[in-house]
Ligand binder design. Structure first.
Ligand SMILES: Nc1ncnc2c1ncn2[C@@H]1O[C@H](COP(=O)(O)OP(=O)(O)OP(=O)(O)O)[C@@H](O)[C@H]1O
Length: 311
């Protein structure tokens, strides 16, 4: 396999069982290529952190295979660890130390670390170097976590909810930094609760549900599998039955809320054209007309609903 298309992360039929027998990860498979940003999404308890911890080599899977940079991250920790940066959900470093002292202490544990000041500057914390960690805001702590993960100039970066607690500007700064790291060839696997984050940042995503991959692909592939929406106000004096038969328009679901009609369709062009031709002929205006493809949020909620029904 050439370097460009090398799978930096490979997960095959991965399982994780906690003490007591609860199976949190139930046969997950995916791979991440070099320089890709891959996002794991899912409801609370879907198994994102449990999966990331296996990738980080913190514990051994109950079954299945994990490879990071071609190695087993648990059995061959010494080969993998120096090439990987990890940002856990809870950093948990001593809060009496200053930001600079924390970075220095951390750098002491990393071989070939970049200068601490450079790592702090990457996340915009250079002016907070002399502040004690306990005095940082939640968002600043998250950025310090990220700076520490970047100290070793990692080839692979694991980010567990990297922007939780950050304000809108901090979140966008982090996205820019992650994109810049990708441009430099870093492979990034992140978990997030922010669908907007996955949509804007990730090359590919996997939506987990109860320990399984419910959907995977590029964000647009995942949303394309969900119905599009058309909404409008019924013109005065008209009723739903006055529209062309919804089945003929390719509509697969509808709701009427007062005068507002919402249609779902997998054939957006056919439905929109049929509706507009009807309105033109009837010489009526469809006020509030809104036509759009599913967002990742709608896809996410749709997948969660489908899974609940299937269960
Ligand atoms: N140490 C543990 N012992 C037993 N069960 C656990 C343990 N840690 C996690 N679980 C369970 O495993 C499931 C998956 O948890 P996990 O933290 O991986 O989910 P998650 O997708 O990261 O959730 P969140 O979005 O809330 O962080 C949950 O049902 C959780 O209660």
């Amino acid at each position: 396999m050439d370097n460009e298309h090398e799978h930096v992360i490979e997960v095959t039929d991965l399982r994780r069982v906690y003490g007591g027998g609860f199976e949190a990860v139930r046969g997950i498979s995916f791979s991440v290529g070099r320089g890709e940003i891959f996002a794991l999404l899912g409801t609370n308890g879907a198994g994102k952190t449990s999966t990331v911890e296996l990738l980080e080599g913190l514990t051994r899977p109950a079954a299945g295979r994990v490879r990071v940079l071609g190695h087993d991250p648990y059995e061959e920790r010494a080969a993998v660890r120096p090439r990987v940066g990890v940002m856990l959900q809870e950093g948990g470093f001593p809060s009496e130390l200053t930001v600079a002292e924390t970075a220095r202490m951390w750098a002491g544990c990393v071989s070939g670390a970049r200068p601490e000041a450079e790592a702090l500057a990457l996340v915009g914390l250079q002016k907070r170097a002399d502040v004690r960690v306990k005095q940082l805001s939640g968002g600043e702590r998250r950025r310090l976590d990220l700076a520490l993960a970047l100290l070793g100039e990692p080839e692979v970066l694991f980010l567990d909810e990297p922007t939780t607690g950050l304000d809108a500007e901090g979140r966008r700064d982090t996205w820019e930094l992650v994109r810049a790291l990708r441009e430099g060839g870093t492979t990034v696997l992140l978990t997030t609760h922010y669908l907007e984050e996955a949509e804007s940042l990730a090359d590919r995503i996997a939506i987990l549900h109860e320990g399984r991959v419910a959907a995977t692909g590029t964000p647009s592939e995942v949303t394309a599998a969900q119905p599009s929406r058309i909404s409008f106000r019924l013109p005065d004096g008209y009723f739903l039955g006055d529209l062309p038969p919804l089945g003929e328009l390719g509509v697969c679901g509808h709701e009427v809320d007062g005068r507002v009609v919402r249609l779902r369709t997998r054939e957006l062009q056919r439905a929109a054209t049929g509706l507009l031709v009807w309105a033109e002929r009837a010489r009526v205006e469809l006020r509030g007309l809104d036509v759009r493809s599913a967002s990742l949020e709608e896809a996410f909620l749709g997948i969660a609903r489908e899974q609940e029904v299937a269960a």
